[in-house]
Design a protein around this ligand. Structure first.
Ligand code: NAD
Length: 749
C-alpha cells in the first residue's frame, strides 16, 4: 500500500478505509465485493490497494433523508455565496492535484498525465461554476396581460443522485457536483466499485471545505452494490434528478427506472466514435489524432476513437503509417505511473476477456488483425493488452464494430464517396463523438450539415480527434449515448427547475386578468380565505380532508393562480388529491417532505367544553401523520358543528370509558358519558386532561371496565380520531351569519 500517498489524502484516517494488512479472507486475496467490503485493485499489478466498507440500503435511506434536509438549507444560501464555497473547493483540489491524480492512476490505471489532467478538469469546472454562480440567467418575455411582464427564473432542484463510471473516477463527479452545488442542489454520489478510493478521497475534500464554511451535508457519498445502493437510489422519489454515466446497458436500466417514477435523468453513456479521413486530409494531423484517440487511456474513454473511415485513394499508405505508429506506442505499455509510459492496463480481468472476445469475433466476421490482438506485458499480474488494429472486410460488414468494447481496438474501413462514409459513420447505435479530417469546406460542411444530415453525434469535430472534452461546451451524445448534456453551455439548466411567474405592475388599473383584480377578494368564502390567509410562497402545505377542507383547497388554487404562489401541496386523502389535481395545485408526495409548513383541515365537530376536535385529519393514518408533521395547524368548523358534549349527537360514535383511578371514573360518570377511548397514530393510548383514555370505537356502555381495557389493548389498527383543542394553532369558526370567529388565536411571538 502506498502509505504516504494514502496518508496525504486522508484515506488512512477514513473510518471506512481498511488497509490491506487488515483485510482477511477473500477480501485480502482478490478484488471485488466480499462480506460487506469492496477490495480495490491496482490494475497494473493486481495488488490489493485496500478495502472500503460498503453502505447498505438502510444507510442510503439515511443519507437521502439528510441530503433532503441539507438541500433545504443550501438552497437558501445566495447563489454567489454557493459559488464561493465551490471556489474554495476548487482551490483545495489544486492543492491536492498531485496526490489525487496519482491515486486516479493507481486505482484506475490511466497514465500519470491523464490522472493529473482528470483532476484538472474538476478544477476547471469548479472555476466555471464560480462564474456561473453570478449568472444562472432567466429571460423576460412580454406578457399578454396589460401592465405585466413575465420572467423566467431558475430554482434549485433538490438532491441530485450522481452515478459514475470507473474510467473518470474524479472528473465525472466534478462535472456534476460543482455545477449542481452552485445551482443550489445537494449531491449524493454513487461511484463505481472499481474506484472507491478515489471517491473517498475526492468527496472528503469537497465535504471538508464546504463544512468549514458552515455548509454541511452538501456532498454525500454512498458506496455500495447496485442492488443495495444503485437501484434504490435511482428509484427514490426524493431525488428529482439522477445523473448517470456509464454503459448503455446501465443507462437503459436507470433511464427506465427514473422514468417509471416520472423523475428526470441525465444520461452520459457509451460511445462508438469514428474518424473520417478524407482524400484531401492533412494526413500527418489525422494520423496523430487517430492514434492518440484510439490508444489513449488504453481505449477506456467514452470518446475513444473506435472506428476509422479512410478514403480509398489514401487508405493503403495511411494504414501502413498507422501500423508503424502502433508498433512504436506498443513499446510503451506498462506501469501508468512510470515516466514514458503511454498505455496503462485495462480496468480488470473481465475487461481483458471482453477485449479478447471482441478480437476473436472480429476475426470470425472477416476482420484482419493488422496489429496487436493479444495480451501485453505477459508475466506481469496487471491487465495489459496490445493496442489493436483490425481491418474490416471489403464489404465493410463487421458487426462487432457496432458494439463498444472498452479497450484499445480500432476498426478500419474504407470508402469511396463521402455520403457513404457519413452513412457508415452514423450506422451504429451510439452517438457521442465524431471527427472529420479534410481541407475541403464542402466536405466539412457536409459533415456539419445544418439540416442534420451529417454527423449524428453530440460532438462533431473538424480536424480534431474524437477524444477528450472541453468544459466550455455542452458535453454528451445522442441515440444510445443517452441524450444528456453536461459541463458548459446551458447544461446547468438540467440541475435546476424553471418557473415563469408573471410580475405585476402596481400602476396598472387593468381589470383584464390584471393587478386590480388581484387586490379584490378572490372568493366569497370567508372561512376558506381565513384558513389559507397565512400561506406564502415556499411553503409545503398539507391539504386536509372532507368537505370543509375542500373549500379551502378551491380558494388556495385561486390564490396560486392569481398570485403565482410557489407552494407544494401534500394531499392527505384520495378526495383531496383528486380535487387538488383538478385545480392544478402542485402536488408532492409526503414521503419527499417529512415536514409540512402549514396544514388546514376541516373539523367534524368541536366541543369547547371538553376542548376536543373530532375528525380533523384523524380518520386515516396518513392524514394523522401529516397533521403531526405540520409546523402550523389550522382547523375550520361551521358553527352548526359546534357541540357541547361529544357523544350527544346520534351520528357520533363517541363514548367515554371511565378508566384509571376511582376518582377519575367517578368524574367521568358525572359527565354522563357512556363510552370510549382513543389511541394516537403510533398506537399509544391517549390520556385526556381528566385522566380518561379515549379510542375511536364504539363500545357497549354496559361492559366491565377491566374487561374493556383488556380488549382495547388487543384492538388492531385503532387510530386516534381527533385531537385536543390545544393541539391546533388556530380554530376558525364560521358563524351562522357567515362571520368568522376564532376559538384559539395564535399566541403572540
Ligand atoms: P457501467 O455501466 O458498468 O457502470 C457505471 C455505473 O453505473 C457504476 O457506478 C455502476 O455501479 C452503476 N450501475 C450499473 N447498473 C446500475 C443500475 N441498474 N442502477 C444503478 N446504478 C447502476 O460502466 P463502467 O464500466 O463503469 O464505465 C464504462 C462505460 O461508461 C463505457 O460504456 C463508457 O463509454 C461510459 N462512459 C460514458 C461517459 C460519457 O460521458 N458519455 C463518460 C465516461 C464513461
Amino acid at each position: 500500500m502506498p502509505t504516504d500517498l494514502f496518508r496525504a489524502l486522508g484515506l488512512t484516517d477514513d473510518p471506512r478505509f481498511i488497509a490491506p494488512a487488515r483485510l482477511t479472507g477473500p477480501s485480502a486475496k482478490g478484488p471485488g465485493v466480499h462480506d460487506g467490503i469492496v477490495s480495490s485493485e491496482n490494475p497494473a499489478t493486481g495488488e490489493i490497494l485496500g478495502g472500503v466498507r460498503l453502505d447498505d440500503s438502510a444507510a442510503l435511506d439515511r443519507v437521502i433523508a439528510e441530503s433532503v434536509d441539507a438541500f433545504r438549507k443550501w438552497r437558501e444560501v445566495p447563489a454567489p455565496a454557493r459559488g464561493q464555497a465551490v471556489r474554495a473547493i476548487g482551490e483545495e483540489f489544486r492543492r491536492f492535484k498531485e496526490p489525487l491524480g496519482e491515486l486516479v492512476s493507481l486505482e484506475m490505471g490511466k497514465i500519470r498525465t491523464e490522472g493529473l489532467g482528470e483532476v484538472q478538469e474538476t478544477i476547471d469546472i469548479a472555476d466555471y461554476a464560480v462564474g456561473l454562480s453570478r449568472q444562472l440567467p432567466g429571460q423576460v418575455f412580454p406578457s399578454e396581460r396589460a401592465g405585466h411582464r413575465m420572467f423566467e427564473q431558475w430554482l434549485p432542484l433538490g438532491p441530485v443522485g450522481v452515478i459514475t463510471a470507473f474510467n473518470f473516477p474524479n472528473a465525472v463527479w466534478g462535472w456534476n457536483a460543482m455545477l449542481g452545488a452552485v445551482c443550489g442542489d445537494t449531491i449524493i454520489w454513487k461511484p463505481s466499485l472499481f474506484t472507491p478510493l478515489v471517491a473517498l478521497a475526492t468527496n472528503a475534500i469537497a465535504d471538508r471545505v464546504a463544512a468549514k464554511l458552515g455548509h454541511t451535508g452538501i456532498f454525500r457519498l454512498v458506496i455500495g452494490t447496485d442492488e443495495q445502493v444503485g437501484k434504490p437510489l435511482v428509484a427514490d422519489r426524493r431525488i428529482p434528478l439522477i445523473s448517470a454515466t456509464g454503459s448503455c446497458r446501465m443507462g437503459r436500466a436507470v433511464g427506465q427506472a427514473v422514468a417509471a417514477r416520472l423523475g428526470r435523468s441525465l444520461l452520459e453513456l457509451g460511445g462508438n466514435n469514428a474518424v473520417i479521413v478524407h482524400s484531401d486530409a492533412d494526413q500527418e494531423l489525422a494520423l496523430r489524432s487517430t492514434v492518440f484517440g484510439a490508444v489513449g487511456t488504453a481505449g477506456q474513454r467514452c470518446t475513444t476513437t473506435r472506428r476509422l473511415l479512410i478514403h480509398e485513394s489514401i487508405a493503403d499508405r495511411f494504414i501502413d503509417r498507422l501500423v508503424a505508429a502502433y508498433k512504436q506506442v506498443a513499446t510503451r505499455i506498462g506501469d501508468p505511473l512510470r515516466e514514458g509510459t503511454l498505455i496503462g492496463p485495462l480496468a480488470n480481468a473481465t475487461a481483458v476477456e471482453q477485449f479478447l472476445a471482441a478480437v476473436k469475433a472480429a476475426k470470425e466476421q472477416g476482420g484482419e488483425v493488422l496489429f496487436g490482438g493479444g495480451r501485453a506485458c505477459e508475466g506481469v499480474r496487471g491487465h495489459f493488452v496490445q493496442p489493436t488494429l483490425i481491418r474490416a472486410p471489403k464489404n465493410n460488414n463487421l458487426p462487432i464494430s457496432r458494439e463498444e468494447t472498452f479497450a484499445p481496438i480500432l476498426y478500419v474501413f474504407t470508402f469511396k464517396e463521402l455520403d457513404e462514409a457519413v452513412a457508415l459513420h452514423n450506422g451504429v447505435d451510439q452517438g457521442l463523438s465524431s471527427a472529420i479530417f479534410t481541407e475541403s469546406v464542402r466536405a466539412s460542411e457536409r459533415f456539419l450539415s445544418p439540416t442534420g444530415s451529417g454527423s449524428d453525434c453530440g460532438i462533431a469535430n473538424v480536424n480534431a480527434g474524437t477524444s477528450g472534452a472541453e468544459i466550455g461546451g455542452a458535453f454528451g451524445g445522442e441515440k444510445d449515448t443517452g441524450g444528456g448534456r453536461e459541463s458548459g453551455s446551458d447544461s446547468w439548466k438540467a440541475y435546476m427547475r424553471r418557473q415563469p411567474p408573471p410580475s405585476t405592475s402596481a400602476a396598472s388599473s387593468s381589470l383584464h386578468r390584471g393587478s386590480a383584480l388581484s387586490s379584490q377578494p378572490r372568493t366569497a368564502d370567508p372561512l376558506a380565505e381565513a384558513a389559507i390567509a397565512e400561506i406564502t410562497s415556499g411553503m409545503i402545505v398539507g391539504l386536509g380532508t372532507g368537505r370543509t377542507a375542500s373549500r379551502a383547497i378551491v380558494a388556495l388554487a385561486e390564490r396560486v393562480k392569481e398570485e403565482k404562489l410557489d407552494i407544494r401541496c401534500v394531499p392527505t386523502s384520495h378526495v383531496t388529491e383528486t380535487l387538488a389535481r383538478a385545480q392544478c395545485l402542485p402536488l408532492v408526495d409526503f414521503a419527499m417532505e417529512e415536514e409540512v409548513d402549514y396544514l388546514f383541515d376541516g373539523a367534524d365537530e368541536v366541543d369547547p367544553m371538553l376542548r376536543m376536535i373530532k375528525g380533523a385529519g384523524g380518520a386515516m393514518m396518513r392524514e394523522r401523520i401529516v397533521a403531526y408533521a405540520a409546523k402550523r395547524r389550522v382547523y375550520m368548523v361551521q358553527e352548526a358543528k359546534m357541540v357541547h358534549r361529544l357523544g350527544e349527537r346520534a351520528s357520533l360514535p363517541v363514548a367515554v370509558l371511565a378508566f384509571g383511578l376511582a376518582s377519575t371514573r367517578a368524574s367521568l360518570r358525572r359527565l354522563g358519558m357512556n363510552g370510549v377511548v382513543r389511541r394516537t397514530f403510533d398506537g399509544h393510548l391517549f390520556l385526556t386532561d381528566n385522566g380518561s383514555l379515549i379510542i375511536d370505537v364504539t363500545l357497549a356502555a354496559d361492559r366491565e371496565i377491566e374487561e374493556l381495557a383488556a380488549e382495547i389493548n388487543d384492538i388492531p389498527g385503532v387510530l386516534d380520531h381527533g385531537l385536543f383543542l390545544d393541539e391546533a394553532d388556530e380554530v376558525i369558526v364560521e358563524t351562522k351569519s357567515g362571520a368568522i370567529e376564532r376559538l384559539n388565536r395564535p399566541a403572540p411571538e
